[in-house]
Design a protein around this ligand. Structure first.
Ligand SMILES: Cc1cc2nc3c(=O)[nH]c(=O)nc-3n(C[C@H](O)[C@H](O)[C@H](O)COP(=O)(O)OP(=O)(O)OC[C@H]3O[C@@H](n4cnc5c(N)ncnc54)[C@H](O)[C@@H]3O)c2cc1C
Length: 295
């Protein structure tokens, strides 16, 4: 039960929503699927002045491709992503990451934008958005901003979003070259639990690789030093082993109720190996299908 008192607004346009964000300032909380926010309200961990429910704003439901990017509006849920042929065809790594989120019940409500706004270190969408070099699309009192996802996460549950701003969507560039990816995560059990560790690898033709992790540091991050070792060399066991030796320098895991820092550090290497091998084999037209378990 929610016992805190707050104003509730359900604007039907972005302009109206932005006016409300300005009116309530620090006390305003945008509401998308509510799978994070409503839990916080019920626990009494948050006492906003106003909840600005975005679900009446049609333009935030957009899920569409342009020539060079896929636009995912702020009301697009993980179920929308999983059911989208467009995402499955153009960005199968993101599709695979979406299939890893919680349970169908949560995915039916939870949005990808809510996921990045919550900015918990274990967010499943983070690694895929990082390796695809997505931009976060923001509207606020000073107009539009486009924030690279690499600059979005500023700390646990903290983002680059400014006062009075709303995220309208995420733009994910469509790679021009042939590509294949893999997102793999470790969890305590199947179902509604956050990742203990998550790793994404994106393989691009010409022996180029991008790698990112979640749940092994304060924010989800690209692993640039590992990418430098991988790039330009045909992937083999020696190169993967070399990459795995760099994992401790790329992550800063902690111990919490889900896993010890030692387990996380070990599993980051294991998952990196699986993600790289799977991405490379998928690029070669082989390997397990997207969504099939590789760990
Ligand atoms: C049982 C359970 C299991 C879960 N399992 C997973 C999991 O496996 N993997 C995972 O990654 N997450 C998981 N989560 C976390 C959560 O479901 C996700 O983070 C989800 O994507 C949040 O989206 P939402 O639309 O529900 O966000 P909301 O709860 O509506 O919002 C989340 C936060 O973002 C802000 N916000 C929302 N939209 C905007 C916007 N457009 N502009 C600015 N700020 C905005 C809100 O004010 C709030 O602070 C789980 C949660 C629960 C309750």
């Amino acid at each position: 039960m929610i016992t805190a008192g707050f104003e509730y607004h359900r604007p039907t346009s972005l302009d109206e929503a932005l006016m409300l964000m300005e009116r309530y300032g620090e006390g305003a909380r945008p509401l998308a699927g509510g799978t994070d926010l409503v839990v916080r309200l019920k626990d009494g961990r948050d006492e906003p002045g106003a909840v600005v429910d975005l679900k009446g704003i049609k333009e935030l439901e957009r899920l569409e491709a342009s020539d060079d990017a896929l636009l995912i509006g702020a009301l697009v849920t993980f179920t929308d992503i999983i059911e989208s042929e467009l995402v499955r065809e153009k960005l199968p790594l993101l599709w695979e990451a979406a299939t890893n989120v919680a349970s169908m019940g949560v995915r039916n409500r939870a949005t990808l934008v809510g996921n990045i706004c919550s900015a918990v270190p274990s967010l499943d969408s983070g690694p895929a958005l990082l390796v695809h070099e997505a931009d976060v699309l923001v509207r606020g009192p000073d107009g539009h901003r486009r924030i690279p996802i690499t600059e979005w996460f500023t700390g646990p549950k903290r983002t680059a979003l400014g006062a009075g701003e709303l995220v309208t969507g995420v733009a994910v560039p469509l790679p021009r070259d042939a590509h294949a990816g893999c997102y793999v995560r470790a969890g305590r059990y199947a179902g509604e639990d956050l990742a203990q560790v998550g790793a994404a690898a994106l393989a691009l033709e010409g022996d180029r690789y991008r790698v990112a992790f979640c749940a092994v540091g304060p924010v989800a991050t690209r692993a640039r030093d590992i990418e430098a070792v991988l790039n330009g060399r045909p992937l083999d066991t020696d190169i993967i082993e070399e990459a795995v030796t760099l994992v401790p320098d790329e992550i800063a895991p902690i111990t919490d109720i889900r896993a010890s820092k030692e387990y996380r550090a070990h599993m980051a290497g294991v998952l990196l190996t699986r993600a790289l091998r799977t991405a490379a084999s998928r690029l070669a037209g082989d390997g397990p299908g997207y969504g099939e378990r590789v760990v």
